[in-house]
Design a protein around this ligand. Structure first.
Ligand code: SF4
Length: 379
């Protein structure tokens, strides 16, 4: 099996640009009537030409979302357990150069925070750390997971890139999903944005979702940070990455996340901000290209935007979010979060909002057959 990197290399900027510039209305219409879209069809739906057909794309995206997911919308909540970071991503508030109080929760403190989220009704939890592989080591993550797994049906991770053996160890402890943001698929820009630290290794990060799939992860997610490159560039590469994973690992649930860059403390200037119209076009194009993939929309987006994206393709949303470490059940806490969130709704408020638009809020859609789970369904 060739690698995703090999596939990505067959789509250099000149080829992408040439395809985008040649897209006609006919090609957009044809893509909307196909059962299975090619990468070129996906690019057609991302093109400026497709922007003139948003209503038709919306209808197709809506129909496919209903066909594959019904009215179900899955809920999860993130738990940041460490904001210690050795990397200097130029766009991030946790950047190692930012002088701020850092918090690294002990496994006991992380478990206390998680218990509180469990008591609020959450059953799908996503653990997050900064890039500090020595302090927030795989062994540390494993210890946290061991403590909290009995409380949650699903425990996911969104941490630095791990080896296949490390992913396998965490799967054995009870982790069932991982998300890896490539941030940008442009290697030169990637190198500039991540000048030092473990994250500097573009290829190691790019291949992390594949390693996780090989290690037995039930669900693997990818995403780019929208706003770093011209619109069609990273959106296309992200869809292509999910498409490649889906074809090569048919037993793994492949998901996509769609974060748009947020303001943070620091001075990063967003060069290619994605406006709302392009953002919606991206979600709909993803749904048409990858009808079976989950699409996650975080609280970076407003309540209005998140609610409107559900009928168009979003199938997974977070609730009761804080991007700061600690402070719920423990005294230890960082004063600021990784980024400013826009949608502050609690779990009950999210459930009510999802029901109000005619959809079903799903607290739990998975039972780990090996776990003696106290994570009972409660929606
Ligand atoms: S994006 Fe992640 S790795 Fe980069 S500075 Fe922020 S927390 Fe650290």
């Amino acid at each position: 099996m060739s690698s995703f990197h090999d596939l990505l290399m067959t789509w250099p900027a000149e080829r992408r640009r040439a395809v985008v510039e040649s897209i006609s209305t006919d090609q957009v219409q044809r893509a909307l009537h196909k059962d299975s879209l090619s990468p070129t069809d996906f690019l057609a739906l991302l093109s400026p030409c497709a922007a003139e057909h948003l209503e038709a794309i919306a209808q197709r995206a809506h129909a496919l979302t209903l066909q594959y997911f019904g009215h179900a919308v899955n809920l999860f909540t993130p738990l940041y357990i460490s904001d210690v970071c050795t990397t200097q991503c130029r766009y991030c508030g946790f950047n190692a150069r930012n002088q701020q109080k850092r918090t690294h929760l002990s496994p006991e403190a992380a478990a206390a925070e998680a218990k509180l989220l469990h008591d609020q009704g959450h059953r799908h939890l996503l653990l997050l750390t900064g890039d500090a592989p020595k302090l927030s080591s795989p062994a540390y993550l494993g210890e946290v997971v061991e403590r909290i797994k009995p409380l949650f049906a699903s425990v996911g991770i969104e941490v630095y890139a791990l080896t296949e053996e490390e992913y396998a160890m965490l799967v054995a402890k009870g982790v069932d999903s991982m998300t890896m943001f490539q941030e940008t698929y442009d290697p030169a820009l990637y190198a500039w944005l991540h000048p030092v630290g473990p994250k500097h290794d573009y290829r190691f990060r790019l291949d992390a979702p594949q390693r996780a799939a090989k290690a037995g992860m039930r669900s693997v997610g990818v995403g780019a940070l929208l706003g770093l490159t011209p619109f069609e560039q990273d959106t296309f590469a992200t869809g292509l990455h999910a498409w490649w994973l889906e074809r090569n690992y048919p037993g793994v649930d492949i998901g996509l996340s769609i974060p748009r860059i947020c303001p943070h403390e620091g001075s990063f200037e967003v060069q290619h901000a994605v406006d709302d119209r392009h953002f919606v076009q991206y979600v709909m194009a993803l749904r048409c290209f990858l009808p079976r993939c989950s699409i996650t929309c975080s609280t970076r987006e407003s309540a209005v935007m998140r609610d409107h994206l559900i009928p168009l393709g979003v199938t997974r949303v977070s609730a009761g979010v804080s991007t700061a470490v600690g402070g719920r059940a423990t005294q230890e806490a960082s004063p600021t979060g990784q980024f400013e969130i826009t949608d502050h709704r609690s779990l009950p408020e999210m459930i009510a909002a999802i029901r109000a638009i005619g959809y079903q809020a799903v607290i739990k859609d998975w039972e780990d057959p090996t776990a003696s789970s106290a994570a009972t369904a409660c929606a």
